[in-house]
Design a binder for this molecule. Structure first.
Ligand SMILES: [Zn+2]
Ligand SMILES: [Zn+2]
Length: 261
């Protein structure tokens, strides 16, 4: 049984039309504000803390015009995580906002899907459409970790520890993986960017950054299946997470959220 935390580390003000692929009947023609928040996650067990994604730093925030609220590891330290003691980091996918802080975990092994590594080092990166959401420095850094024996590859579904499993969803990128964690309140699914917002799942909609649209939409069913009847699914970028879940402890409101209660 694990505790699960979300660290909110960045914010981006944008419009609703930037968050959905295609306009459909019922979409708000006024194109209301619909910001994104950015998170990394911590799975805290009795013996080990596993980190899910590593966020980005000041350089990418500047290049891409994102508001960096804090270094992701500052949020993790606030709940007692020592980055140098972390042994396992799950990278859901190689986008800059998920794989840009790996150097903060000098003693960790990184868990990645085969298909994501092939995607971020292969022909898809010849197209700006696919490459613009990645940083070549993050990708070369991961290649170096492969050569250093610090990457553990996964293909499809696998169990990392009893009660923690990885599930390739694809869609958004070729090898995006979501994470299912057993908690005392049942399974919790960290979807990462399999859904950016609750609205994508609720309305059956796609986010505009997409490698395989069919896989992205089919991924919604996979998330529901993984979550079971309680349906506890955490989207990758929804500001509603800060409203729906309590602070990890007093003083961390809007900074670190406790997701398993
Ligand atoms: Zn992404
Ligand atoms: Zn993302």
């Amino acid at each position: 049984m694990y505790e699960v935390y979300a660290v909110r580390y960045a914010h981006h003000d944008r419009r609703a039309r930037d968050n959905f692929l295609g306009l459909q009947p019922g979409d708000d023609p006024h194109d209301a504000p619909m910001p994104l928040d950015y998170f990394v996650w911590a799975i805290v067990g009795e013996n080990e803390t596993i980190i899910v994604d590593t966020g980005f730093g000041p350089q990418q925030a500047k290049v891409r015009g994102r508001q960096l609220l804090r270094a992701p590891i500052e949020g993790l330290k606030a709940i007692g995580v020592d980055p140098s003691a972390v042994k396992n980091v799950i990278i859901t996918h190689m986008h800059y906002d998920h794989a840009g802080g790996c150097d903060a975990f000098p003693n960790a092994r990184f868990h990645l899907q085969d298909s994501e590594m092939a995607f971020c080092t292969g022909r898809a990166m010849c197209d700006h459409t696919h490459s613009h959401a990645l940083s070549v420095d993050d990708v070369t850094g991961m290649v170096r970790r492969v050569f250093a024996g610090r990457v553990q590859f996964h293909a499809g579904d696998s169990e990392l520890e009893p009660g923690i499993s990885l599930h390739r969803i694809g869609g958004h990128t070729a090898g995006l993986q979501s994470v299912r964690v057993m908690t005392r309140n049942g399974p919790l699914v960290l979807a990462s960017d399999a859904i950016h917002l609750y609205a994508h799942l609720e309305r059956g909609r796609a986010y505009p950054i997409v490698y395989n649209l069919g896989e992205m939409l089919k991924g919604h069913d996979t998330l529901r299946h993984l979550a079971g009847p309680q349906g506890r699914i955490i989207p990758g970028h929804d500001p509603l997470v800060s409203l729906r879940f309590p602070a990890a402890k007093p003083g961390l409101e809007n900074v670190v959220l406790r997701l398993d209660i």
